[in-house]
Design a protein. Sequence first.
Length: 222
Amino acid sequence: MKLLFSWSTGKDSALALYDCLNDPGQLITGLWTTINDHNDTISFHGVSRHLVKAQAEAIGLPLTLTNLPENCTNTQYEELIKKVLVSVKENGVTGVAFADLFLQDIRDYRVKQVNDIGLKGIFPLWQHSTIRTAHRFLATGFKAVITTVDSTKIDPKWIGRAYDEEFLRDLSANVDPCGENGEFHTFVYAGPIFKYSIPYVITHEVKNGPYITAILTCGLEG
């Protein structure tokens, strides 16, 4: 099956992509990401356009970017997404892979989007234990950093902290270890799908209600 991979730059995407790349029955044709045109970053993750491109280059896959206007309506969003899906189907893609774990409403929405175009939705991590997924991500050799936190559940001082076993031990019981309820988001900068580690810097932080996001861009080696 030829797949387009929906890429968020975070840990779940990285592990799901790793699984897809190691599945002989799947061929990943490229990565696909949406970018907020106003601030030139991925929503919630705070990762800049340049850094997303750096990830794709380190992975060795082509990248499709869909630019979303500021205050994008759901109708606008769906029209933009449809254009991408129609285009990749015309080029032989038969499905789109997503890294969702257990939010059924989001899965249903994605499945409808791709099915309407005649594509299949693939969910390699679906209903996997989030704590086991977190440990497997780390055991596989990935490295990630916290980029966004819900300040009602996680101390904002944890922004920029490594996503590692110590981080998992320090989480309170009401926080999912994969942040599946929006408690936090991550940026992956190294691991088995990358040819090399990606240097990055945090330029500043932005606040949106209880959510605080670090804006990341490309850093310099050394």
